[in-house]
Design a protein. Structure first.
Length: 81
């Protein structure tokens, strides 16, 4: 069940990023797409904090830097007009 939710969230994030990047036409939903990119950025920041707070070395050394880079990419996309 959780895998299905994660799959839908990932696809939803992909659609938001694709719309913001111009690969999909957002049309009247451009405001929602902008908010969505900011929400993705916030999600990735929280994910990074969770990775850093965990006691697992894999999450500290591998997952945290990856989510930081993804968060910076989302921030770059969010501040773009």
């Amino acid at each position: 069940m959780l895998e299905t939710v994660a799959l839908f969230v990932t696809v939803f994030f992909m659609l938001i990023i694709a719309a913001k990047a111009g690969y999909l036409q957002a049309g009247k939903l451009s405001g929602a797409v902008n908010i969505g990119v900011w929400l993705i950025f916030a999600f990735l920041i929280l994910n990074t904090l969770g990775n850093l707070a965990s006691g697992v070395s894999f999450e500290n050394l591998i997952a945290a830097p990856i989510t930081i880079v993804l968060a910076l990419c989302a921030l770059r996309l969010a501040i773009e007009k």
